[in-house]
Design a protein around this ligand. Structure first.
Ligand code: R5P
Length: 292
């Protein structure tokens, strides 16, 4: 059998190791040295073959640095193999998938060109913000869902009359998928984000059905925590019981975890697309299965 190689980018070392183990692949790790001017020098610790090479590198902050690392690893892999798959568990820039305001650059279009140009034959992402982003890639693409793994985690918890909540209409399908796996109903709030200031408001007016119930807010990502905090404040006013958050990508910028807890969230559970304290749901198996 032709042996696969997995290259572990610095941002996804643990996940790459698990994927490599499950695929019985050769693991090649990378060492990164950062020069005083901010440039990275990446060195691989092993040889690459002409067989399939899988690069695993998430693009979370520092987004541009991790992106250049991902592209560099893909480019290096392409020097020996024509079968290069880029696994980008968290795809930074995914929210910049269309021109919301005149003159805005659709960065996902740029990324589509860059990954193709670097030599990726296929790109695999996890719970991308919207499928529109992947339409800009002119290579094979796959979006893997962490929702079943997240739902499985919550199934083991003892919750009182649980109900799943989407903080906005855009995430309704994802929350419904979670609710189906988990076995409960689902409600989607209506959120408004000011495109210039980034400020979030919940537009849903008062509704019944959450009083004294445990709620699970399901979202693709938490960045500043603004969406979750506004949804939590609204739901608390409806006199719900506890609030939990299930999300795939926990960026948790600017002390967001503390702010979310202070707003009244009992627990945040995220997938290991971004390593961190809340990243307790492992998706290596789901990613490996998606490649078969
Ligand atoms: C937006 O529609 C997304 O699904 C997330 O709700 C949002 O990007 C999270 O960002 P933040 O935590 O800054 O509100």
């Amino acid at each position: 059998m032709r042996k696969i190689t997995v290259i572990a980018g610095k941002s996804s070392e643990e996940l790459a190791k698990s994927i490599s183990k499950k695929l019985k692949a050769n693991l090649v790790t990378s060492d990164v040295r950062v020069f005083p001017d901010g440039e990275s020098k990446i060195t691989l610790d092993g040889k690459l073959s002409k067989n399939r090479i899988i690069v695993v590198q998430s693009v979370y902050p520092p987004v541009d640095t991790n992106l250049v690392h991902a592209l560099s690893l893909v480019s290096k892999a392409k020097e020996t193999s024509d079968d290069v798959i880029a696994i980008v568990p968290y795809m930074g820039y995914a929210r910049q998938d269309r021109e919301f305001l005149p003159g805005e650059i659709v960065t996902m279009k740029v990324l589509g060109r860059l990954f193709k140009g670097a030599g990726a034959k296929q790109i695999i992402v996890v719970d991308i913000h919207s499928m529109i982003g992947l339409k800009h890639f002119k290579i094979k693409t796959k979006n893997v869902s962490a929702v079943p793994d997240l739902a499985k985690y919550f199934k083991k918890m003892r919750l009182k009359e649980p109900l799943v909540i989407s903080p906005d209409q855009g995430g309704k399908n994802r929350a419904e998928e979670f609710a189906k796996e988990f076995g409960s109903d689902c409600i989607a709030l209506t959120k408004h984000r000011d495109r210039k200031t980034g400020k979030v408001q919940i537009k849903t007016s008062k509704f019944d059905g959450v009083k004294d119930r445990d709620l699970i807010i399901v979202d693709d990502m938490i960045s500043t925590g603004g969406s979750i905090i506004k949804a939590t404040e609204f739901l608390k006013k409806q006199r719900c019981r506890r609030i939990f958050v299930a999300c795939t990508h926990a960026l948790l910028m600017n002390n967001a975890e503390k702010k979310i807890r202070n707003a009244g969230v009992t627990k945040i559970v995220s997938a290991n697309t971004i390593p961190g304290k809340t990243s307790i749901v492992d998706i290596s198996n789901t990613i490996t299965q998606a490649m078969k």
